[in-house]
Write a protein that binds this ligand. Structure first.
Ligand SMILES: NC(=O)c1ccc[n+]([C@@H]2O[C@H](COP(=O)([O-])OP(=O)(O)OC[C@H]3O[C@@H](n4cnc5c(N)ncnc54)[C@H](OP(=O)(O)O)[C@@H]3O)[C@@H](O)[C@H]2O)c1
Length: 889
């Protein structure tokens, strides 16, 4: 964890072994190698990880298990790691230990009038199509006409078909949902909408064209996202969950979820005008459009009235997902407070008593050991996945036994039925059996749910369907089965992810929004029944893993203590039938509106920093980025980060001289996705030290709100002189010169702006000497540069770093990228024309190369020196470089 913290910039306490390295920590493959290399250096004796296998290790724990397994071949060792983890078993997070539960916030969703937000510059990107799903009504044609009239290339597409790939990325996607009354057709449209959005997002990312793109979702519920009635299937309401998630995942894409009042418009043309007009101003993501004006949604605090529970002893209540997770706590509270007979549904087989050998095993690691010694006795080396499955099943069985025991101890009655809620027939049979055995069904709680968190671009259809169907198909199966039951209370377990959207949870956000909207229809259909859809904030347990809990904490969102959550459910079910239907219950909430708005706020950098300069990075304004693409994506060169961080340090300290920058670390590569990236250059206060001044600096991106590059800038009252650094030792003669043409064709990915190596004159095992061409002015690289002259000269620094890559290629047959520089000293870079580079390699192993590079002026005096440079070596870079190299060839 220390190594990860050091190399990524996250505080150690934020990192959990079970975090997904890519999704949770944003660790890309090269950073992963850097981390592993460092771990291997600190723990001698660990074997090399097979790089092909490495890609399949998703969490830090899996890497730890792998390394320990390799080191000792000892099966028990990985389990030691789990012992050392947070030790949470499925029930460990319970707040049944007398802790005082924090009071929860309860808010209800209401409709408010909206004025137009500030106007935003908007132009249709020329020659790029705008996809509009054609619902074969005059509205889709009218929208297309308006867009064409405004200069857009609108094309109507069939939502079920894959749009023809013209090779040109779309400028926009308009998901015009059918105004269908059929829930099945609505659910099918949501799945199509997800697939089209995935296509849209991928297409923008691979082409780096997201900056000016937009996504509109249009439903026609009632102009208030299903708070009222229009007869249109409320399932379509899930669409806004998609929009809100795209707003979180693809920040540069302008996103708006529109719900059109279907009845108030004189014509489709008028509605189309209002829809297209929405593209021209900022504001909240969800907008209800009426002919008379715009409406928005707002959460209002609303206390619960104290009422008596809706069930009495013997009433039958069906609870999907009730045998495990947080719903099990709710079931126990219901049993204790009402005496109702509970029918708990879940996919797991009905629980059976634990064998003797398993009973003593407390935590997950001990369960695995017990399974290995007993269940797998005849199979000495089961596959890790098999052991994992067996252990999960054993823990689920134990959790269910525990739930049933707790309900019994609370004086209640419960029966577990193994049924998949997606199977409508099996659900109907379970209801029928419950009626026959226990009497009329009076309550229904749908809490079954699963997570498959992945960004939209990476999510498979299967993952989407699994999450969506459990909630939506499950809800419909349960409602169908209960159609004729006289229910007193009906609750859906929805989530704040539905209300606000959430990165990685498009399926879950859509599905929970569907539950929210279904609840309104159900409330209208069952006038005497308390119907509620609870958008829960994260609980202290269930599907909220310790890693997720940390993530929420970082967002300022607390977890719901389990006993407090269970009491909140009881209170909710006890409200009168006309109480608020769509409520949010949480222990702290993300900021309202902003979180779902297109122009969302971003967390401020750590408080010791202030943002001195902000920049929007895009290839249109920063042409050099086009010459620095890795795997097709523009990436800010480290040399340019160094230049800008130095600029940030001097910004508030004019009059001081730059000596250099120390401990420069790439924490996360600065890759530009969706066309643009908003950068903040942050600097700490000036700190005086014996030999000068220090300013800590960090480069942050707003999109993912994290530090990408950091360092400590060295300032002083006088400039550095040429004696500040010793010159390099000479190399012995070796090898024929290599021409720039060959280097840029066969080795480097750098495009024309960055092709400043003229030739490598000499190369030996100890290093290389090279010549570089003259430099360029900042204005030749970008519009509106921060300074008229370079402070550090990124061209020379980049050339110095390139020389390391070239050496690695010719001498080690590998490729690498710079990750760290201990010391950069800027003596007189501007005077170094013509310049010579001298690379001296200090050490190289399988994952890292270290060395120093001097930039020498015409008199061979050091003009710029990079000391303690570390390049991470990665075999996979060959592919990332190669494509581009071919493109430039
Ligand atoms: N925990 C939270 O912080 C939180 C926050 C917001 C909302 N919620 C919602 O609250 C509910 C419970 O969450 P949890 O954290 O307790 O989750 P959990 O621990 O993962 O439990 C999920 C439950 O759903 C059941 N289930 C999953 N798929 C099913 C299917 N197809 N058919 C029948 N049962 C199924 C599981 O049993 P089997 O595996 O045996 O099928 C299990 O009992 C979910 O709907 C979730 O979306 C939870």
């Amino acid at each position: 964890l220390d190594v990860v913290a050091e190399l990524t910039g996250y505080p150690t306490e934020m990192i959990e072994l079970d975090m997904d390295m890519e999704a949770d920590l944003g660790i890309d493959s090269i950073k992963r190698l850097e981390i592993l290399g460092e771990v291997q250096r600190r723990v001698p004796g660990l074997e090399q990880i097979d790089s092909q296998y490495l890609g399949s290790l998703r969490t830090l724990r899996e890497i730890g298990d792998y390394l320990l397994g390799k080191a000792g071949g000892d099966e028990a060792k990985p389990e030691t790691i789990s012992d050392n983890g947070n030790g949470d078993t499925a029930t460990a997070g319970m707040n049944g230990n007398g802790e005082r539960s924090p009071s929860l916030q309860r808010q209800a969703l209401t409709e408010v009038e909206l004025t137009e937000g500030p106007t935003r510059p908007f132009e249709f990107a020329p020659n790029r199509p705008i996809w509009i799903t054609d619902d074969c009504t005059p509205l889709s044609a009218a929208i297309a006409e308006r867009l064409k009239a405004a200069g857009g290339q609108a094309c109507l597409i069939d939502a079920a078909a894959d749009p023809t790939d013209s090779g040109t990325p779309p400028a926009g996607l308009i998901l015009l949902a059918p105004a269908t009354h059929d829930d099945d057709a609505a659910a099918a449209y949501l799945k199509q909408a997800f697939r089209l959005t995935r296509r849209f997002v991928r297409s923008l990312e691979s082409s780096d064209q997201g900056g000016s793109a937009f996504l509109l979702t249009i439903s026609r519920l009632d102009g208030a996202f299903g708070l009222h009635d229009s007869g249109v299937s409320p399932v379509i309401g899930g669409l806004s969950g998609l929009a809100k998630t795209v707003a979180h995942e693809s920040t540069p894409v302008f996103v708006r979820a529109i719900d059109l009042d279907p009845d108030s418009w004189d014509s489709s043309d008028a509605a189309a005008d209002a829809i297209v007009h929405e593209l021209s101003f900022a504001g909240p993501c969800e907008v209800g459009l009426h002919a008379r004006g715009r409406h928005g949604l707002r959460l209002e605090p609303l206390p619960v009235a104290s009422e008596s529970p809706p069930f009495s002893a013997g009433d039958v209540v069906i609870i999907s997902g009730g045998a495990r997770g947080v719903t099990a706590d709710c079931a126990e509270a219901l049993a204790r407070n009402t005496g109702a007979t509970l029918i708990l549904l879940g996919r797991s087989p009905a629980p059976s008593p634990e064998p003797e050998w398993l009973r003593a095993a407390g935590d997950e690691a001990s369960v695995k050991r017990a399974l290995l010694a007993n269940a797998f006795r005849d199979q000495p080396r089961p596959k890790p996945a098999e052991l994992e499955r067996a252990s999960r099943a054993a823990l689920a069985n134990r959790e269910m036994l525990h739930t049933l025991e707790r309900i019994r101890a609370a004086g209640g009655r419960a029966e577990y039925v193994s049924v998949d809620v997606r199977d409508a027939q099996a659900v109907a049979q379970a209801f029928e059996r419950a009626r026959r055995s226990h009497g009329p069904i009076r309550g229904l709680i749908h809490a079954a749910g699963v997570l498959e968190d992945r960004l939209i671009r990476d999510k498979t259809d299967e993952q989407f369907d699994c999450v969506f169907d459990t909630k939506v198909v499950g809800a419909r199966a349960l409602l169908d089965a209960a159609r004729d039951d006289d229910l007193r209370a009906l609750a859906f377990f929805s989530s704040v992810s539905g209300r606000f959207g959430r990165r990685g949870q498009v399926d879950y956000a859509i599905a929970n929004e569907v539950l929210n909207k279904l609840a309104h229809r159900e409330a209208r259909r069952r006038p005497g029944c308390r119907v509620v859809s609870i958008n829960w904030g994260p609980w202290d347990g269930g599907m909220v893993t310790p890693a997720l809990r940390k993530q929420f904490a970082a967002e300022g969102v607390g977890v719901i203590a389990r006993n407090a959550g269970a009491q909140a459910l009881l209170a909710e079910l006890s409200q009168p039938a006309d109480a608020a239907v769509e409520v949010v219950i949480a222990n702290g909430l993300p900021a309202q509106d902003d979180s779902a708005a297109s122009d969302s706020q971003h967390p401020a950098p750590p408080h010791r920093f202030t943002t001195t300069i902000s920049r929007k990075l895009a290839t249109e304004t920063h042409a050099f980025l086009d010459s620095h693409r890795i795997s097709g994506r523009p990436v800010l060169p480290l040399a340019m980060s160094i230049e800008w961080l130095a600029t940030a340090a001097l910004h508030d300290n004019p009059g001081l001289h730059l000596h250099g920058i120390d401990d420069v670390r790439v924490l996360h590569g600065v890759a530009i996705q969706n066309g643009a990236l908003d950068l903040d250059l942050c600097a700490s206060k000036l700190r005086r030290e014996e030999d000068g001044y220090r300013v800590e600096v960090e480069l942050h991106s707003r999109q993912d709100a994290r530090a990408h590059v950091r360092g400590v800038v060295q300032l002083a009252e006088a400039p550095l002189d040429h004696n500040a650094c010793d010159p390099p030792a000479n190399l012995s003669a070796g090898g024929a010169p290599i021409a720039a043409r060959e280097i840029y064709r066969n080795v480097l990915f750098h495009g024309e702006h960055l092709q400043m190596l003229e030739s490598v004159m000499l190369m030996t095992d100890g290093g290389a000497d090279a010549r570089v061409t003259s430099s360029v002015q900042p204005s030749e690289w970008m519009r509106e540069p921060l300074r008229a002259e370079w402070l550090t000269d990124p061209l020379l620094i980049d050339a110095a770093l390139q020389l390391g890559i070239v050496w690695c290629h010719y001498r080690r047959d590998s490729l690498c990228l710079p990750a760290f520089i201990r010391r950069v000293r800027t003596i007189a870079p501007a005077a170094a024309r013509p310049a010579t580079l001298a690379l001296r390699v200090a050490a190289v192993d399988a994952t890292r190369m270290c060395g120093d590079v001097w930039v020498l002026d015409a008199r061979r005096r050091p003009a710029l020196v990079l000391q303690g440079v570390e390049w991470t070596i990665d075999a996979a870079l060959r592919e990332s470089f190669g494509r581009r190299a071919a493109a430039y060839a």
